[in-house]
Design a protein around this ligand. Structure first.
Ligand code: GDP
Ligand code: ZN
Length: 295
C-alpha cells in the first residue's frame, strides 16, 4: 500500500513519517544513497507500507527549499524568537537569519517573547517596518500565544533565536504534550545541546509543524556569507520600494549620493538597525568573496 506523508524525525537509520494513519517508521530505499539525495526531516514523501506496520520511503516530492545545518527541508516559516530582556537579542542575529531565509524563499516571523518583562517596543517597531509579521508573546503568561498559533497555522516552522529567549518554553506552550527541557542559559553551558540534538518536527495539529532549530543562530554563518553582496539588497523586503530609484543604477546603498535607501533610513521608513545589518553583511560578503577568489 502506498501513502504520502511528511518526515517528522530521522534517527538511527529510520525515518518517521507522519501519514493519515499515524506515524510510520520507515527505511529509505537504497537508491537514495546511490543518487545522492537522502531524505530530510520536512520532506514530503511517498511510502509503501508492509503488512507488519513498517514502511519504506519510496520517493521524495519536490522540495520548496532545504537547509544543511540544521538539516531540514520545506521550511515555510522561520520563526525568530527574540527578547528585549534577559537575554537581549542583538538585531544583527535576526537579520542574518532573515537573509538566509529570504535567500531560501522561506517566510520570516519575528516573535518578541518575554513581553511580561519588557514589551520590546524597539524590536516590534523595527520589524513592523520590514513587513514581516511580528507577534509579541509571553510563554509565562500566555499572552499572544493564540496569535502566534494562528500565524503558524498549516505551515512547517523552524524556531530559532539566541539561547534563553524562550524557544522551548513557547513550543511547550503551543504543544503541552512536548515537555521540552527549558532552563536558564547558564545551566546549559557546556552541555553541547546545540550540537547533539537532532532536528524533529513537532506536530502542533492542523498540519502545523514546528522544529526547534537553535543552530540557525550559531552555525549557518557560511550560508549568509554565500549570498552575493549584490544580491543582499533583495533579501531586505523593506528596501524593495526604493531599489531602482537611486541616482546610480549600480548603487550599493552604502555612501553613494542620491541613494533612495539611505534616504528612507533618514526618513525613518527603514529601521536604522536593519540598515546597519545590511552594511555589515555587505562587508562580510565582499570579504568572503575576495577570500574565495584567492583560494
Ligand atoms: P530557549 O533557550 O530559547 O529554548 O529558552 P527556554 O525556553 O529554555 O527559556 C529560558 C528561560 O526563560 C527559562 O527559565 C524560561 O522559564 C524563561 N522564559 C521563557 N519564556 C519566558 C517568558 O515569556 N517570560 C518570562 N518571564 N520568562 C520566560
Ligand atoms: Zn542606493
Amino acid at each position: 500500500m502506498m501513502e504520502d506523508g511528511i518526515i517528522v524525525k530521522a534517527l538511527s537509520g529510520f525515518y518517521y513519517v507522519k501519514t493519515a494513519d499515524g506515524v510510520v517508521a520507515c527505511k529509505a530505499r537504497g537508491r537514495f544513497r546511490l543518487d545522492g539525495t537522502s531524505p530530510l526531516v520536512g520532506d514530503r514523501v511517498s511510502v509503501s507500507l508492509d503488512p507488519d506496520g513498517t514502511g519504506r520511503v519510496d520517493g521524495i516530492h519536490e522540495r520548496r527549499n532545504f537547509f544543511i545545518r540544521p538539516a531540514v527541508a520545506n521550511t515555510d516559516c522561520l520563526v525568530f524568537v527574540a527578547a528585549a530582556v534577559n537575554p537581549v537579542t542583538d538585531p544583527f542575529l535576526i537579520d542574518r537569519v532573515a537573509v538566509i531565509a529570504e535567500a531560501a524563499d522561506c517566510g520570516v516571523l519575528v516573535c518578541v517573547n518575554k513581553c511580561d518583562l519588557d514589551p520590546g517596543d524597539g524590536l516590534a517597531t523595527a520589524y513592523a517596518k520590514t513587513g514581516y509579521p511580528v507577534v509579541r508573546t509571553s510563554a509565562a503568561t500566555g499572552q499572544g500565544l493564540a496569535a502566534l498559533r494562528q500565524a503558524l497555522a498549516g505551515r512547517v516552522c523552524a524556531f530559532t533565536g539566541n539561547s534563553g529567549v524562550g524557544k522551548s518554553s513557547l513550543l511547550n506552550a503551543l504543544c503541552p504534550a512536548l515537555s521540552l527541557q527549558t532552563g536558564e542559559v547558564s545551566e546549559r553551558l557546556g552541555r553541547g545541546r546545540h550540537t547533539t540534538r537532532h532536528v524533529e518536527l513537532f506536530d502542533l495539529g492542523g498540519e502545523t509543524y514546528a522544529a526547534d532549530t537553535p543552530g540557525f543562530a550559531s552555525f549557518d554563518v557560511e550560508m549568509v556569507n554565500a549570498v552575493e553582496k549584490d544580491e543582499l539588497q533583495f533579501c531586505f523586503p523593506e528596501f524593495q520600494p526604493y531599489i531602482g530609484r537611486c541616482r546610480f543604477d549600480d548603487c550599493a546603498h552604502l555612501r553613494e549620493p542620491g541613494c533612495a535607501v539611505t534616504a528612507a533610513v533618514a526618513a525613518g521608513d527603514v529601521a536604522q538597525s536593519r540598515y546597519d545589518s545590511y552594511v555589515r553583511l555587505y562587508d562580510l560578503s565582499a570579504r568572503h568573496k575576495s577570500w574565495e577568489d584567492k583560494k
